[in-house]
Design a protein around this ligand. Structure first.
Ligand SMILES: Nc1ncnc2c1ncn2[C@@H]1O[C@H](COP(=O)(O)OP(=O)(O)OP(=O)(O)O)[C@@H](O)[C@H]1O
Length: 205
């Protein structure tokens, strides 16, 4: 299975942002999305994750295969760390959360309510969630925000293990994660200002 994006055009708030984007990711590979603030990385990732439709083009290999981590951590504040991971494991039909707890050094925090965690601890939990989905393609938007250097290392190790097991990753980031991955700069694919689409068709802003 390959994630294949062909001639994709995407909009945000009804305004075209990118046009003519094509790339493919094979099992075991990661692609790092690059581009300055406002270039359209988040918009592209949201389309690929199925949160909003593209204007045109094709996305193949994304059905029931993607685990998405955006800017929000998507945590249940009144559930503990362990309960959050167990909840997501059950949603995705997986069971074991042990590896995810260990990968992000969350064992000492497992009984804490997620709402009481620091920003970096919440981010670690949000990223650990990916591991219990069993989904092969991780689509990640600025995953290292709030993480300290040690936690960035844990994240890089988790991604490397995921790729080693045949998984894939598409990551928008401004920092060097030290991963073996190709980079894809979306700057040249900025949509022309004349390409207006009209109304917004997004599920979430
Ligand atoms: N909710 C929104 N409504 C309308 N326009 C938006 C919205 N969010 C972002 N935009 C605009 O869409 C364009 C693409 O934004 P996007 O968030 O995809 O860029 P990005 O590359 O992820 O930026 P950053 O590096 O700052 O996170 C920008 O011009 C931005 O101002």
């Amino acid at each position: 299975m390959t994630l294949c994006v062909t001639d994709l055009a995407v909009a945000r708030g009804g305004v075209p942002v990118l046009d003519g984007v094509s790339f493919a990711i094979e099992p075991g590979a990661a692609l790092i999305l690059r581009g300055p603030n406002g270039a359209g990385k988040t918009t592209l990732l949201r389309c690929i994750a199925g949160l909003q439709p593209p204007l045109s083009g094709q996305i193949d290999g994304a059905d029931e295969t993607i685990a998405y981590a955006g800017h929000a951590d998507g945590l249940k504040a009144m559930l503990s760390v362990r309960e959050n991971l167990t909840f997501w494991a059950q949603v995705f039909g997986q069971r074991d959360i042990t590896e995810a707890l260990a990968a992000y050094d969350l064992e000492p925090l497992q009984d804490r309510l997620a709402g009481t965690l620091s920003a970096g601890q919440k981010r670690r939990l949000g990223l650990a969630r990916l591991m219990v989905t069993g989904r092969p393609i991780w689509v990640l938007d600025e995953p290292t925000v709030s993480l300290d250097a040690a936690a960035v290392g844990l994240f890089a190790a988790a991604v490397t293990a995921h790729l080693g097991a045949g998984g894939m990753a598409l990551i928008a980031t401004h920092i060097d994660l030290g991963l073996k991955a190709h980079s894809f700069d979306i700057t040249p694919f900025r949509a022309k200002p004349s390409q207006r689409s009209g109304a917004s068709d997004e599920a979430f802003l």
